[in-house]
Design a protein around this ligand. Structure first.
Ligand code: ZN
Length: 479
């Protein structure tokens, strides 16, 4: 195991900090999940892949991680869409929750999350939190709604670092009679035909009945209070959630429970853009996960995502997808060659193989421990696989133990990034095909491209396609 220690970039401090969870090896992590009113798109997939990799790395380091990701199934957008379709809001939410889970399964990241809490299961915890905020004077009633009095919470902008003036330029819930313009709702009175719950709160000695539904921000703090208690280690989500969503979560939790900090590390991921515009449902410039997976393997998208640091935005394009596909093919092909090399008891190459795998282990850990630097970790992985593959050129056998050890390390680390999860690298190419490919590479080295192309056609007859990439020739079953 490497000497390096994990450091993470904390949005709260705007700096990289050594990672020290509140309860030694136990880590509680919450990530804002999906609002289930439509199929999830690649922008959502980026966020959840980013945090799945983070979860995998924490587990790889031996932390006992509990990862919760919520399903927002009570929301304005769900209500509006259900109305359009003439169905019940909960029917619409149930349909899209099921489809969302299928998408996460297809992307191979459903298993990384331990619990998917749904908002409607936490109404009682939400009520208790609203009661606490009323008791402490942070909340007020207004015609069946409950609002949070933002001016009462003095550290309101510590996460966003915005000026109070700036807040007014952001989306504001309009309502006559609010104390401050930017006060946000904890509870909304139900309009005709909307889903509703009935809760009772005590206010100035009187019992008040509220019929409606919770505001968006309070579901998260209710869930995390129920699952983790008043404080926990990591809260993640896309960076567009810093304000108002995460800002309001802090205001609610720290005011209600009196424990600071509510969350120790705030991790925010970049978004996925198409032609410089964020992929979003409302802009209708999105590609659903389902549509993507009709044409490509899930690992292509996972490789695309981990080729960029999680905090950065990705500019999605077809060219980027093709590039990721090539790199993935290379990884499978090169690792497959190494994996299928003939074994001996021991060989002169073993020491070198051991060295390559140890270097990979160290450098990969160093990259991941530096705020989950996946693009660097990936390049170390590709380099190591490339170096291991070269042994096939020596016509020598390699020691069984050294080979098994190296393969195990490569697979372990690749799996952290969600790569090499299929075992198609185990498939051996017929020797005849391997010889043709070798011959072609030699011809290309001599710049005899026309002859090389002929061999490519020859190889094609065996159902194998060859592509020339910056990493060398890549071949794969053309099925
Ligand atoms: Zn959230």
């Amino acid at each position: 195991m490497s000497e390096s220690k994990l450091a993470v970039y904390n949005t709260l401090s705007r700096s990289e900090e050594p990672f020290a969870p509140m309860h030694e090896r136990k880590v509680n992590m919450f990530v804002c999940g999906n609002t289930v009113y439509d199929d999830a798109h690649l922008g959502h997939a980026k966020t959840y892949i980013d945090f799945a990799i983070i979860a995998r790395w924490l587990r790889h380091l031996g932390y006992e991680l509990r990862y919760a990701q919520n399903i927002t199934d009570v929301d304005d957008k769900i209500i509006a869409r259900a109305k359009e379709r003439g169905i019940e809001a909960r029917e619409l939410a149930a349909t899209y929750e099921k489809r969302f889970m299928e998408d996460m399964e297809a992307l191979g990241i459903r298993k990384d999350v331990d619990v998917y809490p749904r908002s409607h299961d936490y109404i009682e915890t939400i009520r208790e939190q609203i009661q606490l905020l009323l008791d402490k004077g942070y909340a007020y009633l207004l015609e069946g709604d409950v609002y949070y009095d933002v001016a009462r919470f003095k550290d309101y902008t510590k996460l966003s670092r915005m000026k109070l003036d700036e807040l007014k330029r952001h989306r504001i819930e309009p309502k006559e009679g609010k104390i401050n313009q930017y006060d946000f709702s904890l509870w909304k009175a139900a309009k005709a035909g909307e889903p509703r719950w009935e809760i009772k709160v005590m206010h100035k000695g009187n019992e008040v009945k509220l019929i409606g539904r919770p505001g968006w921000h309070i579901e998260d703090t209710a869930m995390t209070y129920a699952l983790f208690g008043p404080q926990y280690d990591v809260h993640g989500g896309a960076n567009e959630l810093i304000f108002p969503h995460h800002t309001n979560e802090i205001a609610q939790a720290e005011a209600a429970f009196g424990k600071i900090p509510f969350v120790k590390y705030w991790l925010h991921s970049g978004v996925l853009n198409i032609k410089d515009v964020k992929m979003s449902k409302s802009l209708r410039n999105f590609i659903t996960i389902r549509d993507f997976l009709k044409n490509y393997d899930a690992e292509v998208f996972r490789l695309l995502v981990c080729s960029t640091h999680y905090r950065k935005d990705i500019d999605y394009s077809d060219a980027l997808v093709k590039e990721a596909q090539k790199r993935l093919r290379y990884l499978y092909a090169a690792f497959g060659i190494f994996f299928n090399m003939s074994e001996a008891g021991e060989s002169d190459n073993d020491r070198k193989i051991l060295e390559i795998s140890q270097t990979l282990e160290n450098e990969f850990a160093k990259a991941m421990n530096s705020d989950f630097n996946t693009p660097l970790a990936l390049s170390k992985l590709v380099q190591a696989v490339k170096a291991l593959r070269e042994f096939s050129g020596s016509n020598e056998k390699i020691g069984k133990k050294a080979k098994e050890n190296a393969a195990k390390i490569v697979l372990n680390l690749a799996n952290v990034l969600g790569l090499l999860e299929s075992d198609r690298y185990k498939e051996k190419m017929p020797q005849e095909v391997l010889d043709l490919i070798k011959k072609r590479e030699a011809l290309r080295a001599e710049k005899k491209f026309a002859e090389a192309d002929k061999i490519r056609d020859e190889v094609k007859k065996h159902g194998v396609a060859i592509e020339d990439t910056e990493f060398g020739s890549v071949w794969y079953r053309n099925s």
